[in-house]
Design a protein around this ligand. Structure first.
Ligand code: COA
Length: 260
């Protein structure tokens, strides 16, 4: 994996330069997170497709300010995709990243051959206690993730380094992210999405419950739903193999990829 910076956006990629013959998985992290969240996926898919995990504006190594609207983040992701000239970009987002992915698929039809929505929803109203905790003490918010964002069956201590590395974020940026989630609603626009979409949910997800994913899969014409057992909101780091196999299986059916 290589960490890079272009136009003020930090990102990591499986290989660089990108292979023009291969599609590109664009991994988009959730609220208060950064590209490191996707290390298990960037590595796993590096020999199969192009893999790029970006830091959204205000996060990780990206320098421009954070945003407070999902549509503004979506515009920044589209600019980034254009800047790196990603061949056949397939956005893959978790939670707020999944909201950004939905926004891209709804507003830029024809730009993306497929999309992957992980632990997200067409609306993402946020518990007031999340804002209060971030405002009071950001470390308490990070601590709360070990209860709320992973399954009780996951090994919290083993995941500690990954969770701590991928939640380094300015509290003001984190608040802006959750405001963006709170104001997000594409319920009435999901019918516009025509490309194949993989919807991943996780049985023990408390932040975006399975029913949010079921709603997405029922509302998007060409969607398929896979539920990861015994995982929470952070299923890509809790159950990387299961998540990767589900994505791999989807990719082999919807786009030509090697290694299938
Ligand atoms: N897809 C499908 N159903 C949804 C949905 C979605 N994206 N968003 C909300 N709903 C459902 C709710 O489950 C609820 O169903 P119910 O009446 O059967 O219980 C109903 O629509 C109304 O929900 P909502 O508009 O969110 O209002 P609320 O006042 O009932 O709840 C919260 C507000 C914050 C308590 C609630 O949204 C919640 O628990 N959210 C998850 C926790 C969180 O903060 N997640 C962070 C996401 S980034």
């Amino acid at each position: 994996m290589e960490n890079r910076d272009m136009g003020g956006i930090g990102f990591t990629s499986g290989h660089w330069p990108l292979d023009p013959q291969k599609p590109t998985l664009i991994f988009i992290h959730g609220a208060a997170s950064n590209h490191a969240f996707w290390n298990p996926q960037v590595n796993y898919f590096a020999e199969i497709v192009n893999t790029v995990a970006m830091d959204l504006p205000g996060h990780g190594a990206s320098r421009s300010p954070g945003k407070e609207k999902v549509s503004d983040y979506a515009a920044a992701v589209l600019d980034f995709i254009d800047m790196i000239q990603a061949p056949s970009p397939i956005p893959c987002g978790l939670s707020m990243g999944g909201a950004i992915t939905q926004q891209l698929l709804v507003s830029h039809k024809g730009r993306f051959p497929a999309g992957i929505l992980i632990n997200t929803g067409a609306r993402l109203k946020v518990l007031p206690s999340i804002f209060e905790t971030i405002d009071k003490n950001y470390n308490d918010f990070v601590k709360s993730l070990f209860t709320f964002a992973i399954s009780g069956k996951s090994n919290a201590e083993k995941l500690r380094p990954e969770i701590e590395a991928s939640t380094i974020c300015q509290p003001s940026v984190a608040s802006g992210d959750f405001r963006a989630c709170d104001g997000f609603n594409v319920t009435d626009a999901l019918g516009l999405i025509e490309v194949p979409v993989l919807v991943l949910t996780a049985t023990d997800d408390k932040l975006t419950p399975v029913k949010y994913g079921t709603f997405l899969a029922d509302s998007i014409k060409n969607a398929e739903l896979v539920t990861i057992e015994d995982a929470g909101h952070f299923s890509p780091i809790e159950k990387p193999l299961e998540v990767n196999l589900a994505i791999h299986d989807f990719l082999t059916r919807v786009i030509p990829v090697k290694g299938s």
